[in-house]
Design a binder for this molecule. Structure first.
Ligand code: SF4
Length: 378
């Protein structure tokens, strides 16, 4: 275990993460933190990474696993002290951090009485995120992606099945006014095999554009009709996320029995079409590490994607409660460090960066340590 930078004596509001801290951020994002109920601003269930909470490290914000199995047994703990919240490793204070406060817009409801929190959530400290269609044709015991929890938040009643464009526009306005959000991420479950949710995403973006000029990322499976990229762009989306999840076909078939019917070739074809519409650095793909993938195939996929202008947003597997990988182990920190370091070089060679992305996961970066490795190269 690396010795940590002890920042406890520094001004906790100014001490952000330095590039050399990236190594232990990796460990923290893999193992998570015990919070003993200190934060009520977490995500549970839903699409994408979840079971986590947002913490400010000076000027940086990261999402740390806080409610999954690894977090329950983590050597890291957040402890409330007289002068703030300390992050401790096996009882030793490493630095002070601040849980991101519950946003004010969570206290409001639509005219139909639906709490805004069921329509969109705060990610990190300034991203408004929503799963516009919460159901997915692949959500069956046989077909569902093993890492995904999209059906659970619907079952738990913490969200609504389909958000209307008007509801989203209303929540965006409130979150911008009350909480100063800076960007918007709209994702979707897959409702069909044709537009794959892109048409509803476009309608949502169009409605948001009437009330806000904030940058927006849309995320969906590659639609079969390539004209939909232009339709999304014309609606006002700034970036698009096409999430391949893994660059190893064997792992894709095992972890995504249904979604893997969209092959890697299909994804690379989609990347090229999306970049021709959105531009380099404005297309990203999610790459989950720690599912048994071949590192060489993974790195080759990341290198090829980056060369095409697509930002490969690599993240460690987050074993979520209620998923088929609930009891899986996250990848080792040594593996993640090595992969982050190499992908950061590909990004630099291709002239891509988190900062150069207008919106979405690459821009936010809170679920990954990749942008910290980018900074270490510069
Ligand atoms: S990286 Fe993506 S999923 Fe993670 S907090 Fe940011 S917007 Fe949400």
């Amino acid at each position: 275990m690396k010795e940590f930078t002890n920042r406890a004596g520094e001004d906790k509001n100014k001490a952000g993460l330095l590039p050399e801290d990236a190594r232990w951020l990796v460990d923290l994002q893999n193992k998570g933190v015990r919070t003993a109920g200190l934060t009520n601003n977490g995500r549970k269930g839903g699409a994408g990474p979840s079971d986590d909470a947002a913490f400010r490290f000076g000027e940086d914000t990261f999402m740390l696993p806080a409610f999954n199995d690894p977090a329950e047994h983590s050597p890291y703990e957040i402890v409330k002290q007289e002068d703030g919240y300390s992050l401790q490793y096996e009882g030793k204070t490493l630095m002070y951090i601040d849980p991101v406060a519950r946003p004010k817009f969570y206290d409001r409801s639509t005219s139909e009485g639906i709490p805004y929190q069921k329509i969109a959530a705060l990610h990190g400290s300034d991203v408004l995120a929503s799963t516009v269609i919460q159901s997915c044709i692949r959500w069956s015991p046989k077909d569902r992606c093993k890492f995904c929890a999209i059906g659970h938040s619907l079952d738990a009643g913490s969200t609504v099945a389909k958000k209307s464009p008007q509801q989203l526009a209303e929540v965006v306005q409130a979150a911008e006014e009350l909480d100063g959000i800076k960007q918007i991420t709209l994702t979707t479950g897959t409702p069909n095999e044709t537009d794959r949710g892109a048409l509803h995403l476009a309608a949502c973006v169009e409605a948001i554009r009437k009330v806000s000029s904030l940058p927006i990322q849309v995320q969906c499976e590659p639609p079969s009709d390539e004209r939909l990229y232009q339709i999304l762009k014309d609606a006002g989306a700034n970036t698009i996320g096409l999430h391949v999840e893994s660059f190893d076909e064997r792992v894709r078939r095992e972890m995504m029995p249904s979604k893997s019917s969209i092959s890697l070739d299909n994804y690379f074809d989609a990347f090229s079409k999306a970049v021709s519409v959105f531009g380099r650095n404005q297309v990203s793909t999610y790459v989950i590490l720690g599912m048994g993938e071949d590192p060489d195939l993974t790195l080759e996929g990341c290198r090829r994607a980056a060369g095409m202008g697509v930002y490969p947003f690599v993240v460690p597997l987050r074993p979520l409660r209620g998923t088929m990988l609930e009891h899986a182990q996250p990848p080792s920190s040594a593996y993640m460090e090595q992969m982050y370091g190499k992908v950061a070089v590909f990004l630099s060679d291709a002239g891509l960066s988190a900062a150069g992305s207008a919106a979405g996961c690459a821009k936010c970066g809170a679920c990954s340590a990749l942008s910290s490795f980018e900074k270490a190269i510069v």
